[in-house]
Design a protein around this ligand. Structure first.
Ligand code: ATP
Length: 395
């Protein structure tokens, strides 16, 4: 097995590759084996056995803690660094003060700044809106900056108090209404951070035949952070993609977050590629996920396009309420694996998976979370859904 390498011309992907994966906690143990079977079948069929994946299991979460005393062992981070591209099931968030989400720790360790979330509707999935098929778009969320950068201090802490005093005494900032009892968080937004996520969104639009890229922001209120995000975005687009803009091949527009949320329900067909900051992106992803079948249907990728590092994942949590019942929907993880194959340039295998899921759902074969109870579709278990998807590949 050879390793994937990042070169000046992009990723170099051998025919037989090692892919590290984290099974994950909770339903991860049910959906990951199903997902791997689907991916192996797709790769085998798409390339007649001339390409293959050697899955390398690496530990994180509960199981890792039991075995090594660490929720995210150094060897796991090292494996993703070494092999560049990997897959991840859902991970529990360790209890206790100061312990952060393992997924965020992994993203930070590899500087996976682009959180890529495609949303589309699959016929056969139950949806709370009338025209879910109008949704077919991709959200790019900057995921290293903003209020989610993790810079915050509790009320009464030494650093929190120091920061409060600095605001008042050094910066003469008098807007804090109750300085004695305030906790503080910091919202860093940088030019470099903005430019690199804008490039991802525009490159994606150009390579996926999309004309419109929409900046979603709160720049009217937060002028120096989100307003700067917008200005830097237009600048980099003008500088590096000017010919696409002037020829009309590419349209870059901005919209404030509140107006956008209304449109996300009323006119989602107006959007092709959306690019936004960290917190906005978190909410925006859920508003689209809810319309196309919920978290069980929504995949995600966390990518650094400069280094090539990428981890694709199910976007839902560990779903402890349904663990061990063979009812979890494996689609989020399977579609994330399909994104991974596309990222590797194995588009034929990626497309096979998406088409097979389309056919499976169209035939009314669904897991319980997306079943339409009025139409009495045949609701199947996690394993059976995976088997149906594999079967659909050879039809
Ligand atoms: P965490 O604590 O990990 O964030 P959570 O329970 O808060 O977990 P999710 O795990 O995303 O959040 O679950 C939210 C709801 O969606 C739960 O009712 C869960 O059962 C359901 N759910 C999540 N993922 C799936 C899935 N793949 N298939 C079916 N239902 C799911």
């Amino acid at each position: 097995m050879a390793k994937i390498k990042m070169t000046g011309a992009g990723l170099r992907v051998p025919n037989d590759i090692t892919v590290p994966f984290i099974t994950g906690d909770g339903i991860g143990r049910e959906i990951m084996p199903v997902c791997r079977k689907v991916v192996d079948a797709a790769v085998k069929q798409a390339y007649n056995g001339n390409r293959s994946i050697d899955w390398l299991e690496v530990m994180a979460g509960e199981e890792a803690f039991k075995q090594s005393g660490a929720y995210l062992p150094d060897e796991t981070v090292a494996a993703f660094k070494e092999y560049l591209v990997g897959l991840k099931g859902p991970l529990m968030t360790p209890a206790g003060r100061g312990v952060r989400s393992l997924s965020i720790m992994l993203r930070q360790a590899l500087d996976l700044y682009a959180c890529q979330r495609p949303f589309r509707y699959f016929f056969g999935v139950t949806s709370p809106v009338k025209y879910p098929d109008r949704i077919n778009l991709c959200v790019f969320r900057e995921s290293t900056e903003d209020v989610y950068a993790g810079i915050e201090w509790p009320y009464g802490s030494e650093k929190g108090t120091k920061f409060g005093e600095f605001l008042q005494k050094e910066l003469n900032e008098e807007k804090v209404r109750f300085p004695e009892t305030s906790a503080y968080g910091v919202k860093p937004v940088s030019k470099e951070g903005t430019e690199r996520i804008i490039r991802c969104a525009i490159d994606y639009a150009l390579s996926h035949n999309r004309r419109s890229v929409t900046l979603v922001h709160n720049g009217n209120i937060m002028k120096y952070t989100e307003g700067a995000f917008v200005n830097w975005a237009y600048d980099v687009a003008e500088r590096e993609y000017g010919t696409y803009l002037s020829s009309g091949r590419l349209r870059l527009t901005g919209i404030t977050c509140d107006a956008f949320f209304q449109n996300a329900i009323l006119h989602p067909e107006e959007y092709g590629v959306i690019v936004t900051s960290n917190l906005n992106g978190d909410y925006i992803s859920d508003v689209f996920a809810a319309q196309v079948g919920g978290v069980g249907m929504s995949p995600g990728g966390n990518i650094n396009y400069e280094t090539g590092h990428a981890i694709f994942e199910a976007t839902h949590g560990v779903a402890s309420d349904i663990v061990g019942r063979n009812v979890a929907n494996p689609s989020s993880l399977i579609l994330a694996a399909s994104m991974m194959l596309e990222y590797l340039g194995w588009k034929e295998a990626a497309d096979l998976i998406v088409t097979a899921i389309e056919r499976t759902l169209r035939q009314g074969i669904t897991t319980a979370d997306i079943a339409d109870s009025y139409k009495h579709s045949s609701c199947v278990g996690t394993r059976e859904f995976g088997e149906a998807v594999v079967k659909m590949m050879s039809i």
